[in-house]
Write a protein that binds this ligand. Structure first.
Ligand code: PLP
Length: 433
């Protein structure tokens, strides 16, 4: 049995190149992080070889005594990491990732064409919360369910709870979804709970982006107010790529969430769990209970604030004016440039972040902003000082983008060409040598 270098040097070489790219760039994508060697060791282990459809003690395959032990350990650690009482909350650790976890919740508690409300994607929500355009139902969530997004108040950059309340009263959704992919502030869970209760809806939080911050109690706790909480495991939580669904054990609106959600995961939408991921997740969830993890998450937030502060000093407009969490959203439209160009220029300088739409954008194809996150570089030991310097690097990239756009618009070259004569030969003439 050979290691990867001997067995497949081609794949080894690609992995080496990707590792070098990760090592040599400033990783500022808000949804990415560097997991630990211990997590990667578990993910790269023999756990990947085993089929274990079903739940611990109720499997469809033999030989699962250790896999049962692992999954139970992972569940216990998940509940402990989020400070949950085992009598009140349960968890399914099998979702393959964040989007499947969300769809599993919808499958568990909704019928086809039931109504849902999530934050609109151009205002920071995620595809899986029901995104559709006027022309097309883009996400499976909007294909199978009727989606009416809520939005931000464009003047404040905060969720427009008043409008959400009014719309919910008319639309009467069965599910309201909190959570976002690009929202720099906390959700007002008490307000969301009130709105959900008034219309008889379930309240779910997709804490994918901020689950590490929630575990470390550096942002508000969604578990106090929501019936269901989903998450990815590979963003601020710093685990392997996967998903989890937490549910209240007592019935909600007459639904036994535990059996509905477990059945939606398997046999509803998945087959065999990825036991290697569950192994890596268990490792991550133990770490998430340590003082060192809490210190890391505090640093993630402080670094993001330092970044926001410097950007504001440099004259940038931030959506909502700042950040309470791990990301800032910069509105570049006042500078006459867009996020796509800045992303490209910064990429050339080994600064990795992503273009992002900002509230009021006319086109989703050319979004007017960039999203910058602090979790990954905080894992690599950066503090406020380095994040202040990062703001200066980004500023340089933006200046270059503005100049490049001026040059690319052609006006300078056109001006220059006005004084150059045009030779009298056909453009199709061959040039002889
Ligand atoms: N939910 C939120 C809020 C996200 O930001 C994301 C991914 O970025 C997901 C769900 C989907 O996760 P995945 O890419 O693992 O399917």
């Amino acid at each position: 049995d050979h290691g990867l270098s001997e067995a497949d040097p081609e794949v080894r070489a690609i992995i080496n190149k990707e590792k070098e790219r990760q090592f040599k760039s400033l990783e500022l994508i808000a949804s990415e992080n560097f997991t630990s060697r211990a997590v990667m060791e578990a993910v790269g282990s023999c756990l990947t070889n085993k089929y274990s459809e079903g739940l611990p003690g109720k499997r469809y395959y033999g030989g699962n005594e250790y896999i049962d032990e692992l999954e139970i350990l992972c569940q216990k650690r998940a509940l402990a990491a989020f400070h949950l009482d085992e009598n009140k909350w349960g968890v399914n650790v099998q979702p393959l990732s964040g989007s499947p976890a969300n769809f599993e919740v919808y499958t568990a508690i909704l019928n086809p064409h039931d109504r849902i409300m999530g934050l609109d994607l151009p205002h920071g929500g995620h595809l899986s919360h029901g995104f559709m355009t006027p022309k097309r139902r883009v996400s499976g969530t909007s294909i199978y369910f009727e989606s009416m997004p809520y939005r931000l108040d464009e003047s404040t950059g905060l969720v427009d709870y008043d409008m959400l309340e009014k719309t919910a009263t008319l639309f009467r959704p069965k599910l309201i979804i909190c959570g976002a992919s690009a929202y720099p502030r906390d959700f007002d869970y008490p307000r969301m709970r009130k709105i959900a209760d008034a219309v008889g809806a379930f309240l779910m939080m997709d804490m994918a982006h901020i689950s590490g911050l929630v575990a470390a109690s550096v942002v508000a706790d969604p578990f106090e107010y929501c019936d269901i909480v989903t998450t990815t495991t590979h963003k601020s939580l710093r685990g392997p790529r996967g998903g989890m669904i937490f549910f209240k054990k007592d019935p909600v609106l007459g639904v036994d969430l535990e059996s509905a959600i477990n059945n939606a995961v398997f046999p509803g939408l998945q087959g065999g769990p990825h036991n290697h991921t569950i192994g890596g997740l268990a490792v991550c969830l133990q770490h998430a209970q340590s003082p060192e993890f809490k210190a890391y998450q505090n640093q993630v937030v402080s670094n993001c604030r330092a970044l926001a502060r410097r950007l504001v000093e440099l004259g940038y407009t931030l959506v909502s004016g700042g950040s309470d969490n791990h990301l800032v959203l910069v509105d570049l439209r006042p500078l006459g440039i867009d996020g796509a160009r800045v992303e490209k220029i910064l990429d050339m300088a080994s600064i990795t972040l992503n273009k992002n739409s900002v509230p009021g954008d006319k086109s989703a194809l050319v979004p007017g902003g960039i999203r910058i996150g602090s979790p990954a570089m905080t894992t690599r030991g950066f503090t406020e000082k380095e994040f202040t310097a990062i703001a200066d690097f980004i500023h340089e990239g933006v200046q270059i983008t503005i100049e490049a756009k001026g040059l690319a618009s052609g006006s300078k070259v056109q001006e220059f060409l006005k004084f150059v004569s045009y030779p009298d030969f056909s453009l199709t003439d061959k040039v002889s040598n």
